[in-house]
Design a protein. Structure first.
Length: 276
Protein backbone atom coordinates (compact mmCIF):
# COMPACT_ATOMS: atom_id res chain seq x y z
CA UNK A 1 0.00 0.00 0.00
CA UNK A 2 1.36 3.43 -0.94
CA UNK A 3 1.07 6.71 0.89
CA UNK A 4 -0.73 9.58 -0.81
CA UNK A 5 1.55 12.31 -2.16
CA UNK A 6 2.65 14.58 0.70
CA UNK A 7 4.29 17.98 0.44
CA UNK A 8 7.71 18.40 2.00
CA UNK A 9 9.60 21.67 2.46
CA UNK A 10 13.23 20.58 2.72
CA UNK A 11 14.34 23.88 4.28
CA UNK A 12 12.00 23.18 7.19
CA UNK A 13 13.65 19.80 7.71
CA UNK A 14 16.23 20.23 10.48
CA UNK A 15 18.21 17.13 9.50
CA UNK A 16 18.37 18.32 5.88
CA UNK A 17 19.75 21.69 7.00
CA UNK A 18 22.33 19.99 9.20
CA UNK A 19 23.43 17.38 6.65
CA UNK A 20 23.64 20.04 3.92
CA UNK A 21 25.99 22.08 6.11
CA UNK A 22 28.09 18.99 6.85
CA UNK A 23 28.33 18.25 3.12
CA UNK A 24 29.33 21.87 2.44
CA UNK A 25 31.91 21.64 5.24
CA UNK A 26 33.35 18.48 3.70
CA UNK A 27 33.77 20.23 0.37
CA UNK A 28 35.58 23.16 1.97
CA UNK A 29 37.99 20.74 3.66
CA UNK A 30 38.60 18.83 0.42
CA UNK A 31 39.11 22.09 -1.51
CA UNK A 32 41.15 23.63 1.34
CA UNK A 33 38.93 26.70 1.69
CA UNK A 34 39.98 27.33 5.27
CA UNK A 35 38.04 30.54 5.90
CA UNK A 36 34.81 29.02 4.59
CA UNK A 37 35.49 25.87 6.62
CA UNK A 38 35.83 27.91 9.82
CA UNK A 39 32.63 29.83 9.02
CA UNK A 40 30.60 26.64 8.56
CA UNK A 41 32.02 25.12 11.75
CA UNK A 42 31.02 28.27 13.64
CA UNK A 43 27.55 28.10 12.06
CA UNK A 44 27.04 24.51 13.23
CA UNK A 45 28.19 25.35 16.75
CA UNK A 46 26.06 28.51 16.92
CA UNK A 47 22.77 27.11 15.63
CA UNK A 48 22.95 23.50 16.87
CA UNK A 49 24.38 24.15 20.33
CA UNK A 50 22.94 22.23 23.26
CA UNK A 51 19.57 23.49 24.43
CA UNK A 52 18.39 24.87 21.10
CA UNK A 53 15.27 23.49 19.48
CA UNK A 54 17.34 22.74 16.38
CA UNK A 55 19.62 20.50 18.46
CA UNK A 56 16.70 18.73 20.13
CA UNK A 57 14.96 18.22 16.78
CA UNK A 58 18.16 16.94 15.16
CA UNK A 59 18.72 14.45 17.99
CA UNK A 60 15.30 12.94 17.29
CA UNK A 61 16.06 12.66 13.58
CA UNK A 62 19.46 11.09 14.24
CA UNK A 63 18.04 8.52 16.63
CA UNK A 64 16.11 7.22 13.62
CA UNK A 65 18.22 7.74 10.49
CA UNK A 66 21.55 6.75 12.06
CA UNK A 67 20.13 3.44 13.28
CA UNK A 68 21.05 0.40 11.14
CA UNK A 69 20.97 -3.38 11.63
CA UNK A 70 18.35 -3.07 14.39
CA UNK A 71 15.91 -5.82 15.28
CA UNK A 72 12.26 -5.13 14.38
CA UNK A 73 11.38 -4.71 18.06
CA UNK A 74 14.24 -2.30 18.78
CA UNK A 75 13.50 -0.27 15.64
CA UNK A 76 9.87 0.17 16.67
CA UNK A 77 10.88 1.14 20.24
CA UNK A 78 13.49 3.61 18.99
CA UNK A 79 11.02 5.22 16.62
CA UNK A 80 8.40 5.52 19.35
CA UNK A 81 10.88 7.04 21.83
CA UNK A 82 12.26 9.46 19.22
CA UNK A 83 8.75 10.70 18.42
CA UNK A 84 7.83 11.04 22.08
CA UNK A 85 11.01 12.96 22.93
CA UNK A 86 10.60 15.29 19.97
CA UNK A 87 6.96 16.10 20.72
CA UNK A 88 7.73 16.71 24.41
CA UNK A 89 11.03 18.61 24.06
CA UNK A 90 10.69 20.69 20.88
CA UNK A 91 8.76 23.96 20.81
CA UNK A 92 7.39 24.12 17.26
CA UNK A 93 7.08 27.91 17.15
CA UNK A 94 10.61 28.45 18.45
CA UNK A 95 11.93 25.75 16.11
CA UNK A 96 10.37 27.55 13.13
CA UNK A 97 12.04 30.81 14.19
CA UNK A 98 15.42 29.09 14.67
CA UNK A 99 15.14 27.44 11.25
CA UNK A 100 14.29 30.80 9.69
CA UNK A 101 17.36 32.41 11.28
CA UNK A 102 19.59 29.56 10.09
CA UNK A 103 18.21 29.63 6.52
CA UNK A 104 18.73 33.41 6.35
CA UNK A 105 22.26 33.07 7.72
CA UNK A 106 23.17 30.38 5.19
CA UNK A 107 21.78 32.45 2.30
CA UNK A 108 23.69 35.57 3.34
CA UNK A 109 26.99 34.10 4.54
CA UNK A 110 27.53 30.64 3.06
CA UNK A 111 25.54 30.63 -0.17
CA UNK A 112 22.40 29.06 -1.61
CA UNK A 113 24.50 26.26 -3.13
CA UNK A 114 24.52 24.69 0.36
CA UNK A 115 20.90 23.67 -0.22
CA UNK A 116 21.65 22.02 -3.57
CA UNK A 117 23.89 19.13 -2.52
CA UNK A 118 22.84 15.59 -3.27
CA UNK A 119 22.10 13.76 -0.01
CA UNK A 120 21.74 9.98 -0.40
CA UNK A 121 19.56 9.92 2.72
CA UNK A 122 17.24 12.71 1.55
CA UNK A 123 14.21 10.49 0.93
CA UNK A 124 14.50 9.01 4.41
CA UNK A 125 14.91 12.45 6.00
CA UNK A 126 11.78 13.64 4.19
CA UNK A 127 9.83 10.61 5.45
CA UNK A 128 10.93 11.22 9.05
CA UNK A 129 9.90 14.87 8.72
CA UNK A 130 6.42 13.80 7.65
CA UNK A 131 6.18 11.38 10.59
CA UNK A 132 6.96 14.30 12.92
CA UNK A 133 4.07 16.25 11.38
CA UNK A 134 1.14 16.18 13.84
CA UNK A 135 -1.38 16.99 11.10
CA UNK A 136 -0.68 13.87 9.01
CA UNK A 137 -3.44 11.25 8.75
CA UNK A 138 -3.21 8.08 10.84
CA UNK A 139 -3.12 5.94 7.71
CA UNK A 140 -0.22 7.86 6.15
CA UNK A 141 1.66 7.96 9.45
CA UNK A 142 1.51 4.17 9.84
CA UNK A 143 2.64 3.58 6.25
CA UNK A 144 5.49 6.08 6.56
CA UNK A 145 6.61 4.58 9.86
CA UNK A 146 6.73 1.14 8.25
CA UNK A 147 9.00 2.55 5.52
CA UNK A 148 11.32 4.14 8.07
CA UNK A 149 11.51 0.97 10.15
CA UNK A 150 12.67 -0.91 7.04
CA UNK A 151 15.66 1.47 6.75
CA UNK A 152 16.45 0.88 10.43
CA UNK A 153 16.50 -2.88 9.88
CA UNK A 154 18.73 -2.69 6.80
CA UNK A 155 22.50 -2.99 6.79
CA UNK A 156 24.62 0.00 5.85
CA UNK A 157 24.97 -0.29 2.05
CA UNK A 158 28.49 1.12 2.08
CA UNK A 159 29.54 -1.55 4.55
CA UNK A 160 27.98 -4.26 2.39
CA UNK A 161 29.68 -3.01 -0.78
CA UNK A 162 33.07 -2.40 0.84
CA UNK A 163 33.23 -5.41 3.16
CA UNK A 164 35.01 -7.94 0.85
CA UNK A 165 37.63 -5.40 -0.21
CA UNK A 166 37.83 -3.92 3.27
CA UNK A 167 38.45 -7.26 4.97
CA UNK A 168 41.34 -8.15 2.64
CA UNK A 169 42.93 -4.68 2.58
CA UNK A 170 42.54 -4.22 6.31
CA UNK A 171 44.12 -7.61 7.07
CA UNK A 172 47.09 -6.88 4.79
CA UNK A 173 47.59 -3.40 6.24
CA UNK A 174 47.39 -4.70 9.82
CA UNK A 175 49.84 -7.50 9.10
CA UNK A 176 52.41 -5.20 7.48
CA UNK A 177 52.14 -2.59 10.22
CA UNK A 178 52.42 -5.15 13.02
CA UNK A 179 55.40 -6.83 11.33
CA UNK A 180 57.18 -3.51 10.90
CA UNK A 181 56.53 -2.16 14.39
CA UNK A 182 56.21 -5.46 16.25
CA UNK A 183 53.08 -4.71 18.21
CA UNK A 184 49.33 -4.96 18.53
CA UNK A 185 47.28 -2.11 17.18
CA UNK A 186 45.41 0.15 19.57
CA UNK A 187 41.67 0.69 19.07
CA UNK A 188 42.27 4.25 17.80
CA UNK A 189 44.81 2.91 15.29
CA UNK A 190 42.31 0.35 14.02
CA UNK A 191 39.69 3.12 13.68
CA UNK A 192 42.14 5.23 11.69
CA UNK A 193 42.99 2.40 9.28
CA UNK A 194 39.32 1.54 8.78
CA UNK A 195 38.53 5.16 7.95
CA UNK A 196 41.50 5.22 5.58
CA UNK A 197 40.35 2.12 3.72
CA UNK A 198 36.73 3.32 3.53
CA UNK A 199 37.88 6.71 2.21
CA UNK A 200 38.25 5.41 -1.33
CA UNK A 201 34.46 5.03 -1.50
CA UNK A 202 33.74 8.74 -0.86
CA UNK A 203 36.75 10.61 -2.27
CA UNK A 204 38.34 10.81 1.20
CA UNK A 205 35.63 13.14 2.53
CA UNK A 206 34.80 10.89 5.50
CA UNK A 207 38.48 10.34 6.30
CA UNK A 208 39.21 14.07 6.26
CA UNK A 209 36.33 14.69 8.66
CA UNK A 210 37.62 11.93 10.94
CA UNK A 211 41.22 13.21 10.81
CA UNK A 212 40.12 16.73 11.74
CA UNK A 213 38.88 15.40 15.08
CA UNK A 214 41.67 12.87 15.64
CA UNK A 215 44.52 15.29 14.93
CA UNK A 216 42.88 17.86 17.19
CA UNK A 217 42.79 15.21 19.94
CA UNK A 218 46.45 14.25 19.40
CA UNK A 219 47.54 17.89 19.37
CA UNK A 220 45.73 18.48 22.68
CA UNK A 221 47.33 15.37 24.24
CA UNK A 222 50.79 16.49 23.10
CA UNK A 223 50.29 19.96 24.59
CA UNK A 224 49.27 18.45 27.91
CA UNK A 225 52.28 16.10 27.82
CA UNK A 226 54.63 19.06 27.31
CA UNK A 227 53.18 20.86 30.33
CA UNK A 228 53.68 17.87 32.65
CA UNK A 229 57.11 16.86 31.24
CA UNK A 230 60.11 17.86 33.41
CA UNK A 231 62.92 16.98 30.99
CA UNK A 232 63.59 19.87 28.58
CA UNK A 233 64.97 17.60 25.86
CA UNK A 234 61.87 15.38 25.90
CA UNK A 235 59.66 18.47 25.97
CA UNK A 236 61.34 19.80 22.81
CA UNK A 237 60.88 16.45 21.07
CA UNK A 238 57.18 16.46 21.94
CA UNK A 239 56.93 19.97 20.51
CA UNK A 240 58.46 18.76 17.24
CA UNK A 241 55.91 15.94 17.07
CA UNK A 242 53.13 18.46 17.67
CA UNK A 243 54.44 20.63 14.82
CA UNK A 244 54.51 17.58 12.54
CA UNK A 245 50.83 16.95 13.35
CA UNK A 246 50.01 20.57 12.45
CA UNK A 247 51.92 20.24 9.16
CA UNK A 248 49.91 17.14 8.25
CA UNK A 249 46.71 19.22 8.27
CA UNK A 250 47.84 20.93 5.07
CA UNK A 251 49.00 17.76 3.31
CA UNK A 252 47.12 15.40 1.01
CA UNK A 253 46.22 12.32 2.99
CA UNK A 254 48.32 9.36 1.82
CA UNK A 255 49.76 6.22 3.37
CA UNK A 256 52.83 8.06 4.70
CA UNK A 257 50.63 10.55 6.58
CA UNK A 258 48.53 7.71 7.98
CA UNK A 259 51.66 5.88 9.18
CA UNK A 260 52.92 9.02 10.91
CA UNK A 261 49.60 9.49 12.72
CA UNK A 262 49.63 5.82 13.75
CA UNK A 263 53.04 6.37 15.36
CA UNK A 264 51.81 9.47 17.21
CA UNK A 265 48.81 7.50 18.49
CA UNK A 266 51.25 4.89 19.83
CA UNK A 267 53.37 7.62 21.45
CA UNK A 268 50.35 9.17 23.21
CA UNK A 269 49.31 5.74 24.48
CA UNK A 270 52.80 5.13 25.94
CA UNK A 271 52.84 8.56 27.61
CA UNK A 272 49.50 7.81 29.28
CA UNK A 273 50.81 4.46 30.51
CA UNK A 274 53.84 6.14 32.09
CA UNK A 275 51.64 8.76 33.76
CA UNK A 276 49.40 6.03 35.17
Amino acid sequence: MKTSKLKHNKKRNTAFLYESLVRELTLTIVNKKLEQKKLIEQTLVKFFKKGTNLQKDLDSYKAIYETKNASARNAEKLLMEAKHKRFSDVNEKELFNEQTSLIDYINKNIGKQAFSHFLPSYKNLATISQIFNKDISVKNKVLLENNVIKTMLAEDRREIEMKPVDDIAFSIFLKKFNEKYNGTLLQEQQDLIKNYLFSFADNKAGLIMYLEEEMERLEKELKEAQISEQCEETKNKLKLVQEAILNNKDKDVNREVILQILKVQELISEIKKDEA
